[in-house]
Ligand binder design. Sequence first.
Ligand SMILES: Nc1nc2c([nH]c(=O)n2[C@@H]2O[C@H](COP(=O)(O)OP(=O)(O)OP(=O)(O)O)[C@@H](O)[C@H]2O)c(=O)[nH]1
Ligand SMILES: [Mg+2]
Length: 324
Amino acid sequence: MAGETPDSGELIEVVAGIVRDDRGRILLAERPAGKHLAGTWEFPGGKREPGETGLQALAREMAEELAISVGSARPWLALTHDYPELTVRLQLYAVDEWSGEPEGQEGQALQWVGESDMALLPMPAADRPIVRAFSLDPRYAITPDSAAPGGPEELLRWTRDCLDRGIRLFQLRATSLDPADLRSLAREFGRLMVESGARWLLDGDPELAVQSGADGVQLPGERLDELSGRPLGGDFLVAASCRNSAELARAGELALDFVTLRPGSAACGHQGPLPFDWEEFARLCRCSPLPVFALGGLLPGDLERVRERGGFGVAGTHGFGAGP
Ligand SMILES: Nc1nc2c([nH]c(=O)n2[C@@H]2O[C@H](COP(=O)(O)OP(=O)(O)OP(=O)(O)O)[C@@H](O)[C@H]2O)c(=O)[nH]1
Ligand SMILES: [Mg+2]
């Protein structure tokens, strides 16, 4: 199926570790001269060998490249990137426990880098969305539509409840409001976000998002073909709502930051909610070039299950804040 097998070049499965010191800084390694992408700074790791699980490969790579031993690690983010010469499927793990003194076993330079300083270093192209993902809350709360019963007041109450639960990433759905009502809702909503250090994307139009004071925009997947490039600069978040591999690939070409993915589009017209299609979700995640938030009746507590299937986060409305 389109987007699942690379058009050209070899496909390699790679595992890499997010190893932190006690100040929360992350360990990066310089790719040695003569290797693919020499001189760039990467998350230490390497190719999965036949017969190995991802975690086994991670433990072996951390020992071989850094001489550290992994106590425990969890899947954090996965994506697939097409380089002209090869396709890399990268699985990153958060290494929660490790021991030893990291030392470059292959002569490679190492450094500890703060999350926000990584953007200043030359890194492999595949890593651009990974670096940006460090600032994303993996729980993405999508507001009830402002036209739904209860209107903006209910929406704001639900938002406060999400904030009380610690959620720091939001999408405001207000496409049905007229411009004056949107301005007043966006003012109030934006104030709540700033007070709590949360960020929010407006559903729909990039220009309107900027005018509304949003931190970014959530684009409909079926409109991505109309764009010739990323519609807002790197100071903004740009996401897309995707349903299939073609939309995922397009979101990657446009260098967006992340996608939401609602699997099971074939079931359109079905009466009532369908159970979340985990198999289809995992299949689509395997070809995504960007971090994926699972969407479709899931709860924040489903995060671990999502990560085990290659997703990065959970998006939704019901169960994120109390109410609708
Ligand atoms: N480890 C690692 N590899 C990455 C990252 N980003 C990225 O595009 N890659 C690509 O994934 C592939 C990883 O292969 P590697 O060269 O580390 O493999 P390895 O450790 O098994 O080395 P070897 O083949 O010399 O034994 C390379 O093509 C590399 O360019 C990253 O952040 N970390
Ligand atoms: Mg390596």
